[in-house]
Write a protein that binds this ligand. Structure first.
Ligand code: SAM
Length: 329
């Protein structure tokens, strides 16, 4: 088991397949992009599957989420998903994506065994999309969402980051859009994980503010609040249900005490927290010929040292060197 010193058990593995992305969302990276990892440093598909297999077969991982960067940019994605879905005990297999290219791939991914997708969508306005993501790809995202739904990758979840003065006025239309289509919307508080280090607490639209924006238009009733468990989203029934909306207050309502996540970066580093300042290198060990047992031991040690919380409110808080795109969101 991947157990830390505070008794938390990691069962949810987030695997970044690439640090590259085809969008430049302002809360993530600068318009010119970043220095991408050289290909030789990226784990190969076989290396990824080997590590995921160790996680599932030896270490109690029950959910594998592929992310990035943009995971749809990884050519071997369908194969990686298929090999993951063949593992026993069968893990849940999900994908976090910006949706660009999903229109073409959704059916193959569903056929390969993908269970669910989260698609990021911050606006319903094409011009705002261009301003926010520095790319004119709004229609591709909408097409990707529709394709995911048609392929049965349900519930299709939508991730939205609200930014003051940019898209906060879209909270209500975004929720209506999702309700009309049967998508489950989750608002995520903006976190200090941008490559430009431009995050400021004052600019962050908080969970309280998001809820205030929504309750002007909808009746929200807390859903299974007692059972939030390790789920980051506080969920609310909308207008009596069954539709729900989630609010992930990563900064103002942290859920670190119940965190069950561990991350594998595209270059083979285990991170026990999004905000960790240390990583544990599995790639070098793997390429030096380590056995599965040795890799599992390293992984166990990496999780054991997980800190009790992300510490954003600590005076000593330092933003991690890697931005979200290079960690895997
Ligand atoms: N490219 C994929 C996508 O867009 O979903 C996967 C990677 S992206 C880093 C994963 C999620 O992280 C997205 O929903 C994105 O909105 C969110 N994200 C990125 N930077 C963030 C930040 N600074 N604060 C909060 N969420 C962030």
């Amino acid at each position: 088991m991947l157990k830390d010193a505070f008794g938390r058990v990691a069962t949810d593995l987030r695997v970044s397949l690439t640090d590259k992305c085809n969008l430049r969302c302002t809360y993530c990276m600068p318009p010119e992009g970043l220095d991408w990892l050289p290909n030789a440093q990226l784990l190969t598909a076989d290396e990824i599957v080997r590590l995921v297999t160790i996680g599932v077969e030896r270490l109690g991982i029950t959910e594998v989420r592929y992310t990035g960067g943009e995971p749809l940019l990884r050519r071997e994605l369908v194969d990686i998903v298929a090999r993951t879905a063949e593992l026993r005990p069968r893990p849940q297999v999900s994908l976090t994506t910006n949706g660009i290219g999903l229109a073409k791939l959704a059916t193959s991914l569903a056929g390969a065994g993908l269970d669910r997708v989260n698609v990021s969508l911050d606006t319903l306005d094409r011009e705002t999309f261009k301003r926010l993501a520095h790319r004119d790809r709004f229609e591709d995202v909408i097409a990707g969402l529709e394709a995911a739904d048609q392929a049965g990758l349900r519930p299709v979840k939508v991730n939205t980051v609200l930014m003051r003065g940019v898209n906060e006025h879209e909270a209500v239309p975004l929720l209506r859009f999702c309700l009309d289509r049967g998508y489950e919307l989750r608002f995520i508080e903006q976190m200090p994980l941008d490559a430009q280090h431009g995050w400021s607490r004052a600019d962050m639209v908080t969970a309280d503010e998001i809820l205030a924006l929504l309750t002007g238009a909808f009746e929200l009733c807390p859903d299974d609040l007692e059972e939030r468990g390790s789920a980051p989203a506080e969920r609310f029934l909308v207008d009596g249900g069954p539709s729900r909306v989630g609010v992930i207050g990563s900064v103002t309502r942290p859920f670190c005490g119940a965190c069950d996540r561990v991350r594998l970066t595209a270059d083979g580093q285990i991170r026990n927290c999004l905000f960790a300042r240390e990583e544990s290198d599995l790639k070098v060990a793997l390429r030096d010929g380590a056995t599965d047992e040795e890799l599992a031991e390293r992984w166990i040690a990496a999780v054991r040292g997980k800190r009790p919380g992300h510490g954003i409110d600590d005076p000593s808080f330092l933003q991690p060197v890697r931005p979200m795109s290079a960690i895997g969101g």
